[in-house]
Write a protein that binds this ligand. Structure first.
Ligand code: ADP
Length: 590
């Protein structure tokens, strides 16, 4: 047997059954034995007392001194079917029914035998004792024999208490057999009971182990009742509750991490020691850091910016949210809106949650819009001021001077035309920028388009002595909106002539690099300083404001060009050598 079995429920149950039955059996047998012994002894006693009376009646005082006493004892002993001993008043044995007279003489004095001593005192006495002579348990009964009122001798009868002895052995045997039966019964009972107990028990233990290992979908099979059944039920419903709770927590955390992962704002969480515990992909993007390399490092190490760390420290120490807009130069350049809030746990600040929003682009667009509004106002204000000035002069009396009036009206007309140009260019731009802009694409033969446009502008070119040569190869076809592409050609041709001091020579050509058509407009004009080449496509940007205005420019022509080309999926650019001319180009995908 394994030592472990001693600790099992089954074994303990078996032991208790055994102990219980052994205890009950032992007590029962003790009581039964005592009872039987008492009945047996009292039956023997009454038998012996009758026989003693018989013997006493037959004894004469003369018999005591007679040498025939032993013979008498023998015959009386036969009658009473007991061992009969006659003892003199001095304790000496006078006769014995089972010994010859010689042996009687050799017997020791019996005065000190308890029953004899009591009988010598005149009392009938009994004693249950193992006989020294025979070695068996005997019941001794001693009776005084009175001669003339005095105790002259003692008659002692002895019967073997053999029934008692056999009763004892029988009881012993029965007890042993009963005990063996109890042992078997205990074994069987404990096995049966513990089997009934241990199956549910094992199931519950198995289920508990499953739960402990985190498998809350497991259910204990409940094909038993009573306390065990209720315990299994409770465990099952506990596991179901935990499973449901875990499911909810998981859903929540999935939702949170989806939100966390897909937010445009950078989110970073620190512990109470300002060490980073988590950050989202947006944060990784903004500051070019990696989560794995950042977690559990101090914030200042992850994002080396003192202002951010200070905000975090303030939130951690004050426990109040802080919001700031700041322009950073390290570790990245930009304008950021930073909101840092404390994270509370058990009433204390356990961390800082920092949300960083990159508003560089927003601010840049705002600035651009402000600039644009200022530019537009300024552009409109100049011709309006001129118009107003001339009208006021005319109203002030100059109207009477016909020569001046004509001259002034000419200026007013020119300024009104300029206003008109600006407004129509702005409208064109805004329609190009609107999301509802429509591009009606068709197949355009580039050379034909350029030729017809050049013909349309012939009078303008002629007045400036400009020579336009169209070198675009015939048969080159692109898919584009003809009206809008025409505007691109007009603006670029107009600029090429406008910014050439005299005898402008403009050359149109086309190339076909990698799936694109590239159109080039080359002039021999004033050129553009290298450092300003990058800005000429901006709205209202002009290298020489006065000259542009003088030429009736609005500063919006190249912006329109850029917008149209980009709407068609192409790009624009310019190369220039100051004083020697410029080459503008744009591409249109084929
Ligand atoms: P504008 O109405 O002034 O022509 P644009 O947007 O068309 O406005 O051009 C912006 C500026 O770019 C011009 O003011 C001029 O300074 C420069 N520019 C454009 N085209 C040329 C060119 N072909 N040669 C020299 N400078 C040019």
């Amino acid at each position: 047997m394994m030592p472990g079995i001693f600790k099992t429920f089954k074994f303990r149950l078996f032991l208790s059954y055994l102990a219980l039955s052994a205890g009950v059996l032992g007590a029962a047998f003790f009581l039964v034995y005592q009872r039987l012994e008492r009945t047996e002894v009292s039956a023997l006693r009454s038998k012996l007392s009758d026989e003693a009376a018989l013997v006493s009646a037959q004894l004469r005082s003369s018999d005591i001194a007679s040498p025939e006493i032993n013979t008498l004892a023998h015959s009386l002993g036969l009658k009473v079917r007991s061992r009969l001993t006659i003892i003199g008043a001095d304790g000496r044995v006078l006769a014995d029914s089972e010994l010859d007279s010689a042996s009687v003489k050799g017997m020791e004095n019996h005065a000190d035998r308890p029953e004899v001593a009591a009988a010598l005192e005149g009392e009938a006495a009994y004693e249950l004792r193992r006989s020294a002579t025979l070695g068996t348990v005997m019941l001794y009964a001693a009776y005084p024999v009175r001669f003339a009122g005095r105790t002259g001798a003692v008659v002692r009868l002895a019967v073997p208490a053999s029934q008692l002895e056999s009763l004892r052995t029988l009881l012993k045997k029965t007890l042993l057999a009963a005990l063996a039966l109890a042992l078997l019964l205990s074994l069987f009972l404990s096995m049966a009971v513990s089997a009934g107990f241990s199956r549910p028990f094992e199931k519950i233990v198995y289920g508990s182990k499953k739960f402990a290992a985190g498998d809350f979908s497991y259910r204990i099979q409940k094909d038993f009742h009573g306390e065990m059944g209720r315990l299994a039920e409770t465990l099952n419903s506990m596991s179901a509750a935990i499973q449901e709770y875990l499911r909810r927590v998981e859903t929540q955390s999935q939702q949170l991490s989806a939100a966390f992962g897909n937010m445009a704002e950078g989110v970073l969480v620190t512990g109470p020691d300002a060490r980073v515990t988590a950050l989202n992909p947006a944060m990784e993007r903004i500051f070019s850091v990696k989560t794995e390399a950042s977690v559990s490092r101090p914030l200042l190490e992850v994002i080396p910016n003192a202002r951010l760390s200070k905000i975090c420290a303030r939130v951690l120490s004050e426990g109040k949210p802080v919001s700031e807009e700041m322009e950073l130069s390290t570790p990245v350049r930009g304008i950021f809106s930073v909101t840092a809030s404390p994270v509370f746990e058990n009433g204390g600040v356990s961390g800082c949650l920092m949300v960083v929003h990159d508003i560089t682009e927003v601010r840049r667009l705002e600035a651009k819009r402000r600039d644009f509004v200022a530019n537009v106002s300024h552009e409109l204000k100049t011709p309006l001021t001129a118009i107003r000035g001339y009208v006021e002069t005319l109203l002030g009396g100059a109207v009477d001077d016909r020569k001046h009036t004509i001259e002034f009206l000419g200026v007013i007309h020119a300024q009104a035309e300029r206003l008109d140009n600006i407004v129509s260019d702005l409208l064109k731009l805004s329609s190009l920028e609107s999301s509802a802009v429509e591009i009606r694409k068709g197949n355009i033969e580039l050379k034909d388009l350029a030729d017809s446009l050049i013909a349309g502008l012939a009078s303008v070119f002629k007045s400036k002595n400009a020579v336009i040569s169209n070198m675009i190869p015939p048969g080159l076809i692109v898919r584009a909106d003809p009206e809008k592409l025409g505007q691109v050609f007009i603006n670029l041709l107009d600029n090429a002539v406008k910014f050439s001091p005299g005898n402008a020579q403009v050359e149109l050509s086309a190339q076909e690099p990698r799936g694109n058509v590239k159109v080039l407009i080359k002039d021999n004009g004033i050129g553009i300083p290298q450092n300003q080449l990058g800005r000429i496509f901006e709205r209202f940007y002009r290298v020489d404001k006065a000259r542009s205005r003088e030429m009736g420019g609005t500063g919006l022509g190249l912006s329109i060009v850029k917008h149209v080309v980009e709407l068609h999926g192409g790009s624009v650019g310019a190369e220039s050598a100051e004083g020697r001319g410029s080459t503008f180009w744009f591409t249109i995908p084929k």
